[in-house]
Design a protein around this ligand. Structure first.
Ligand code: AVI
Length: 319
């Protein structure tokens, strides 16, 4: 009989493989999803409340301000599919504004977190049918096949999480979402807009050092989970703008020539060498429309704030 491998163990092996590959390559990098263990998720929640980190606050304000228009855009009795189960504030804003939403389908890779978020929303909306799906929405993933077919399906992808995907990944994601939602589908996607670096960079390098702790936590995670030997005082957080990619990048910079033990191997760092831990792509309205068009969507609505920091976009299938 096949032995069941606990999810935590499978995750740890995937983490080990990514760390080995990422730190073994000439340009060291780690996939950004490993930033979010329990500690990383707590730190990210703290980031969303920082004065410098405008995206969460601004997107919430846009949702509050334009909820009625969004509800009209989505139509009555919608089936709402959310890609990633957020802390629930934005979801609750949308669900409360919609005309009689029928079913809510949150998709998240973290099963425990998903159940908790679903239970919290169920308390607030007791009449709503909630159908959580545990899975990775950046890979192929099917929705349950018994969802109501007649109702409009609405994809919800807030938070500018789309910016953490490469352009190819973002396009693939939008194409898959188009498939999930079908010809009558609609989508509401949060997109962080291009702006002055004087405004942008502090959002990723705040005065209180919370983003630095969030970034370097991935090294502590390697220490905790993979018997790593990172000395955190010998690495620094850096946020930098990559013009070619149109992205803010987070890096962990080595402050010395050093060798670090990681799971039985030794990894050499030169002083100034970095581990690239995350990209956060910023789009112009036209740039995002072009990306959406390549994936079979038309951006037919853009709701934004007075300073045009952030956009909540409304998408309809283009054909
Ligand atoms: C989750 N994601 C949209 C955040 C962002 O702004 O790219 C992650 C983050 N990284 C540093 N600060 C926030």
């Amino acid at each position: 009989m096949l032995e069941r491998v606990p999810v935590r163990e499978t995750q740890r092996e995937a983490f080990r493989a990514d760390v080995r590959a990422g730190l073994g390559s000439p340009k060291k990098s780690l996939p950004s999803r490993w930033l979010y263990d329990d500690r990383g998720s707590e730190l990210f929640e703290e980031i969303t409340r920082l004065p410098e980190y405008y995206p969460t606050r601004t997107e919430t304000l846009i949702l509050e301000r334009h909820a009625a228009e969004m509800a009209a855009f989505c139509g009555p009795r919608a089936t709402v599919v959310e890609y990633g189960a957020g802390a629930g504030v934005k979801t609750a804003l949308l669900l409360a504004a919609l005309d009689n939403p029928a079913v809510y389908v949150p998709i998240d890779i973290a099963g425990d977190f998903l159940e908790l978020a679903a239970a919290r929303l169920q308390q607030r909306f007791p009449w709503l049918e909630i159908r959580p799906v545990t899975g990775d929405f950046t890979a192929d993933l099917d929705l349950p096949d018994d969802l109501p077919r007649l109702n409009a399906r609405v994809g919800f992808f807030p938070g500018s999480t789309i910016g953490n995907l490469s352009e190819a990944e973002a396009r693939g994601f939008l194409e898959r979402m188009r498939g999930h939602l079908g010809p009558g589908g609609r989508a509401i996607v949060g997109v962080d807009l291009r702006k002055d670096l004087a405004r942008l960079l502090p959002a990723y390098d705040d005065g209180a050092g919370v983003t630095a702790a969030f970034n370097l936590n991935v090294l502590e995670r390697i220490n905790r989970e993979l018997e790593g030997g990172f000395d955190l005082s010998r690495f620094a957080h850096e946020a930098r703008w990559n013009e070619r990619e149109g992205a803010v990048e987070m890096h962990a910079v080595s402050l010395a020539d050093q060798t670090v033990a990681v799971g039985g191997e030794r990894v050499a760092f030169a002083r100034g060498e970095t581990i690239h831990t995350e990209s956060s792509r910023k789009y112009s309205a036209d740039g995002f429309a072009a990306l959406a068009a390549a994936a079979g969507w038309r951006v037919t609505r853009i709701w934004t704030d007075d300073e045009r920091l952030f956009a909540v976009t409304g998408l309809e299938p283009s054909a």
